[in-house]
Ligand binder design. Structure first.
Ligand code: 3PG
Length: 211
């Protein structure tokens, strides 16, 4: 089985998703797959998150489904139980990182400063989420703060303010394996059943990475 990080690296884009209803899980998975994106981050910002991950994991195993917004141990446990392939969080919590490690669950905590990166590196993390990427300072800022950690081989997924227009600027950075954002699969499109628009946005993002 290919490791989640390899699938993420190959894809270059992680759609960050807040989905309200479990019944939309499979149509959403199909829309992403049809658009060429075999990756999703289902965030624990909605009550449906665990059910959505479980449905995608069971019915569309070809989609590499991650769990986002893991803010506490309960969400971590629910994500693992639902069959998520990996987890992410907007911030760094040593206890959550340790619990994920103990469970053998690939987990990327959020970082925004050199101190965050120091804590993540010390905890053994080799994949982190840079959040909120745009407001924090953009690609130049990430390049500067990640330079002292480059020899450790830490990979970064920037999210927050990433768009199709600035995607290439992020992917240029050596440390960046993929960039993520909500623009591909917007909650309003999912709720309205506008899956064709999600496929269109996914295709367009894939084409932007290939440019
Ligand atoms: C995340 O959790 O990664 C962000 O909320 C995504 O931010 P965006 O809406 O700016 O893409």
């Amino acid at each position: 089985m290919t490791a989640p990080i390899e699938i993420i690296r190959r894809t270059g884009i992680v759609p960050v998703i807040a989905i309200e209803r479990a019944q939309d899980a499979v149509p959403l998975a199909d829309a992403l797959l049809e658009g060429g994106l075999p990756v999703a981050e289902i965030t624990f910002r909605t009550a449906a998150a665990a059910d959505v991950i479980a449905a995608m994991h069971e019915k569309r195993p070809e989609l590499c489904v991650g769990a986002g917004t893991i803010l506490d141990q309960a969400s971590l446990a629910a994500a693992i139980k639902a069959g998520a392939a990996y987890g992410l969080a907007p911030g760094f919590d040593a206890a959550i990182v340790a619990a994920a490690k103990a469970a053998g669950f690939p987990f990327a905590p959020g970082i925004m400063t050199p101190s965050d990166l120091t804590a993540a590196a010390a905890a053994g993390c080799r994949l982190v989420k840079f959040f909120p990427a745009g407001p924090a300072g953009g690609p130049g800022f990430l390049q500067a703060i990640s330079a002292p950690f480059a020899h450790l081989g830490i990979s970064v997924i920037p999210t927050g303010g990433v768009t199709e227009e600035n995607l290439a600027d992020w992917l240029k950075l050596k440390a960046v394996v993929a960039a993520g954002g909500t623009w591909v699969a917007r909650t309003e499109d999912i709720t309205a059943g506008n899956f064709a628009e999600i496929t269109r946005r996914a295709r367009s993002a894939v084409a932007a990475v290939a440019r």
